[in-house]
Design a protein around this ligand. Structure first.
Ligand code: FAD
Length: 597
């Protein structure tokens, strides 16, 4: 069976050296969150992830959720695991303290969430959607709705969902048709939503649906969408559950992966209309959604990191156990495990280096979110927010896209057994496949990156980041005195990557919109490759300094240097090819007529 051991040392390294943990903990509001407390939280989360969530991951996959006449039953063990998850306070750990959360910095909760996602991605989605709904309600709902719904949602007694997608409205939210008709102090909601994650299940007493719908006089397009709160069971003033609302789970999807989570078709208002309450202002539903978009997208990017880590751990274990062939250069030696074969080592090193690079990027973005939220200086908060806005589509798009290749390499390391379900390697590949699709496809992330984030300030934020990365590597190289061959090689690869990023940025800023859009995804991949390459270089310098100061963790730190060097030699060179695709790819991409496809 596939097991999972959270990579705590790696996580702590990424938090401290790249996410800026010490600075985050020094911010006002985090006085009670000490370094020791963070370590304790990670240790406890690691136990829950590996002892409770990982063991039910495979049965979630094989049993899936079952639908019967609107009722959804989860796989064996999920209900009990969820009860334990809530009892131990994990559900509300990232939420603010006002309504019962623990108010952990995003950087700390990011490391914890990585463990839930790696141990059992399907299970973790329930908390992710609930906390997304909590965030939207916290920022936009009136006091009464907050008081009535947030404590139970944060505790986990009630879960939350996000009802956006309709059959004709996926990436294009302007096409949403669900209706909301005013009636006294509330609204009647009617319409069909599809693909609603954890839209129905048996793990909690109530499900609080956030629903995008149109008011009768709403303007067309995205400017006419409002956000509504629609509970499965109406909630009485004293917090007890009342009547069943007019909404049902019409069916659940049979899907490629994340079988342990229900993906529901939700029918609202088949009778008199589901009762709902407006969250935020009329026609401002999209703006309300934007509030939670950065966290939601960081979290899906983190799914890419988590599932890749899980695939890597499984492949490493198999490579250490599987005996096949003889190790090159050791003639006469008996058969050896496949980890001795250079090509298997190449695959494992690629997986390891990419996972660390993705984690570096995600944790760096999380640390910047904390800076944007709580730094004492307003200019620093503002520049951190600009950086977060720029990085989020890259974290979401690049980490999830990379996860597909890593999970696929995990299967390859297993040979034929990777293709057979019982090893568990293929579940990671199937589970990873959704991450580039929901919460905005990679194409939509790339459009956001070049259309909104790059174009809106004429590329100023990206150019600033490129300059910071260039200066940083120059300063680090100068401090090292250029005497370290490995660090020198990393710096050289990074400088070449930075040139590719800079040239592509300039080209995109000047290109006609349609040609720029044809290069958007390669540009997103280029950004991820280079920015994460910079963070890997920073990690290598940090490891070098710690080694020089006699840090006891010598083997771990030496591996950090080799892994960063591998990334520089095997992954960063792709930056040049991606630059060429951005600059010249539109010629062929846009070359055929529709009929020629
Ligand atoms: C398992 C699962 C869980 C989900 N959970 C939820 C949920 O909880 N709540 C919810 O509301 N929704 C959920 N979704 C829906 C999900 O967010 C959508 O599937 C996703 O946004 C894509 O929409 P679509 O499927 O209609 O694809 P389409 O929008 O039809 O896209 C098809 C293809 O066209 C591309 N494309 C479309 N428009 C553009 C454009 N302007 N530029 C470039 N390329 C474009 C896309 O990138 C994609 O490759 C879930 C989906 C699945 C499968």
């Amino acid at each position: 069976m596939s097991t999972y051991a959270p990579p705590l040392r790696d996580m702590q390294f990424a938090m401290k050296e790249l996410g800026g943990l010490d600075a985050v903990l020094a911010q006002p509001g985090n006085e009670e969150v000490t370094g020791e407390l963070v370590e304790m939280i990670l240790d406890e989360a690691a136990k829950f992830a590996s002892n409770v969530l990982a063991p039910i991951n495979a049965q979630g996959d094989t049993q899936g959720c079952r639908w019967n006449n609107g009722v959804v039953t989860t796989a064996d063990g999920f209900k009990q695991a969820y009860a334990g998850f809530c009892e131990t306070g994990w559900n509300g750990m990232p939420a603010g303290t006002e309504f019962g959360g623990q108010g952990m910095p995003t950087l700390v909760s990011t490391a914890v969430l990585e463990m839930w996602k790696a141990s059992n991605m399907a299970f973790s989605l329930c908390q992710m959607l609930t906390l997304g709904a909590v965030e939207a309600i916290t920022h936009h709902a009136g006091d009464e709705l907050k008081q009535r719904y947030l404590p139970a949602m944060i505790e986990g007694r009630w879960t939350g969902t996000m009802n956006i997608t309709e059959p004709q409205a996926g990436s294009d939210l302007a096409a949403i048709r669900t209706k909301a008709t005013p009636e006294g102090d509330h609204y009647r909601i009617s319409g069909t939503k599809i693909f609603i994650t954890w839209g129905e299940h048996d793990m909690a007493q109530n499900i609080i649906h956030l629903v995008l719908a149109r008011l009768p006089d709403a303007p067309p397009g995205v400017k006419g969408i409002s956000l509504f709160l629609c509970p499965k069971f109406l909630v009485n003033a004293d917090g007890s559950l009342g009547e069943r609302n007019d909404l049902v789970c019409a069916s659940i999807e049979h899907k490629l992966g994340i079988h342990g989570s229900a993906t529901a078709v939700m029918a609202f208002g088949e009778g008199a209309g589901a009762i709902g309450w407006l969250v935020g202002e009329p026609n401002q539903g999209l703006a309300c959604m934007f509030t939670m978009m950065n966290h939601a997208r960081l979290n899906v990017g983190l799914e890419g990191v988590a599932i890749s880590e899980r695939a890597y751990q499984q492949a490493r274990q198999y490579a250490l156990d599987r005996v096949q062939g003889r190790t090159l250069g050791r003639d006469g030696a008996p058969s050896a495990t496949i980890i001795g074969h250079p090509d298997v080592r190449r695959m494992l090193m690629d997986m390891k280096a990419r996972v660390e690079a993705m984690r570096a990027l995600a944790y760096y973005a999380a640390g910047q979110m904390d800076r944007a939220h709580g730094h004492t200086d307003s200019a620093t908060r503002q520049s951190a927010q600009t950086l977060v806005d720029l990085l989020i589509p890259v974290v979401k798009g690049w980490c999830t896209d990379s996860a597909l290749g890593i999970a696929s390499d995990g299967v390859q390391v297993h040979g034929g057994m990777g293709f057979i379900e019982e090893t568990g390697a293929s579940q990671h590949l199937r589970d990873a496949r959704i991450t580039t699709i929901y919460e905005g496809t990679t194409g939509i992330q790339a459009n956001d990156l070049i259309g909104r984030k790059l174009a809106r300030d004429g590329g100023a934020a990206m150019k600033r980041l490129i300059a910071v990365m260039g200066d940083d590597i120059d300063t680090a190289s100068a401090a090292d005195g250029h005497g370290d061959a490995e660090l020198g090689s990393i710096a050289a690869a990074l400088r070449t990557g930075l040139r590719a990023l800079s040239e592509s940025t300039e080209w995109l800023l000047a290109a006609p919109a349609r040609e720029a859009a044809a290069g958007a995804v390669p540009y997103l991949q280029l950004c991820g490759t280079v920015i994460a390459g910079w963070l890997m270089a920073r990690g290598a310098h940090a490891a070098t300094s710690r080694l020089a100061s006699g840090d006891a963790d010598g083997e771990f730190l030496a591996a950090k240097r080799i892994t960063a060097h591998h990334y520089a030699l095997h992954v960063l060179p792709q930056a040049g090819a991606l630059r060429d695709t951005v600059l010249h790819g539109a010629t062929t991409t846009l070359g055929l007529s529709d009929a020629q496809f």
